[in-house]
Design a protein around this ligand. Structure first.
Ligand code: FMN
Length: 200
């Protein structure tokens, strides 16, 4: 039996763009949702979903509260792994690499592109800290809503920021018949990429 590979052998960022565009057409919701894995300096991992809010040749950007659990882990260990799984396409993409914080201009621009109510909700959230009662959060939301209603926007809290994962490895997985799936892993060699197939 002779089969041809379906994952291109060059330019993983272009393959990402193609698969992401297809996911935007197919996924029932949040095609930009990805699992973000971080780890403590002792190597204890943790994972959660975040939304991809930008990507280009510099890397893959998400936004969060830097005082959260993930924020603490990132500050101590600026490395991450990202995972997309698009069920409708039966495809997975894994991305690994160091993180850098986005500029404050970039974080400001994204924060203020969000609806006013989303700005309020995130500014009011002491993300990942224990919440004694949901009403405590709702009261804080109401306080900020009243304070900034006339301005129409909330100042970006300095700890609300973005991080860019600079890809050093990108791996594509796609479903093939009889579970004879196809995997191709790209490794950055500084200027370009090399790739090889992996057993599924
Ligand atoms: C689909 C989805 C998207 C999410 N997007 C984000 C996001 O972009 N940023 C964020 O801080 N949390 C996001 N969350 C919430 C996180 O998964 C997580 O609960 C929160 O960031 C706290 O994580 P931590 O305690 O590990 O810091 C999202 C959750 C889901 C289910």
């Amino acid at each position: 039996m002779v089969e041809t590979d379906t994952i291109p052998t060059e330019n993983p960022l272009a393959i990402f763009d193609d698969w992401f565009a297809e996911a935007q057409d197919c996924e029932p919701n949040d095609p930009n949702a990805m699992c973000l894995a971080t780890a403590t300096p002792q190597g204890c991992p943790s994972a959660r979903m975040v939304l991809l809010k930008g990507h280009d040749e510099r890397g893959f950007v998400f936004y969060t509260n830097a005082k959260s659990r993930k924020g603490g882990e990132i500050r101590a260990n600026m490395q991450a792994a990202l995972l997309f799984h698009w069920k409708s396409l039966r495809r997975q993409i894994r991305i690994e690499g160091p993180l850098e914080e986005v500029s404050s201009a970039e974080a400001d621009a994204y924060f203020h592109s969000r609806p006013f109510k989303s700005q309020v909700g995130s500014a009011a959230s002491d993300q990942s800290s224990p919440l004694p009662d949901r009403q405590v959060y709702l009261d804080q939301v109401e306080l900020l809503r009243e304070r900034y209603e006339d301005a129409g926007e909330v100042p970006r809290p300095p700890h609300w920021t973005g991080f860019r994962c600079q890809p050093r490895a990108i791996e594509f997985w796609t479903d093939r018949p009889n579970r004879l799936h196809e995997r191709r892993r790209f490794i950055s060699d500084g200027g370009g990429w090399t790739s090889s197939l992996l057993y599924p």
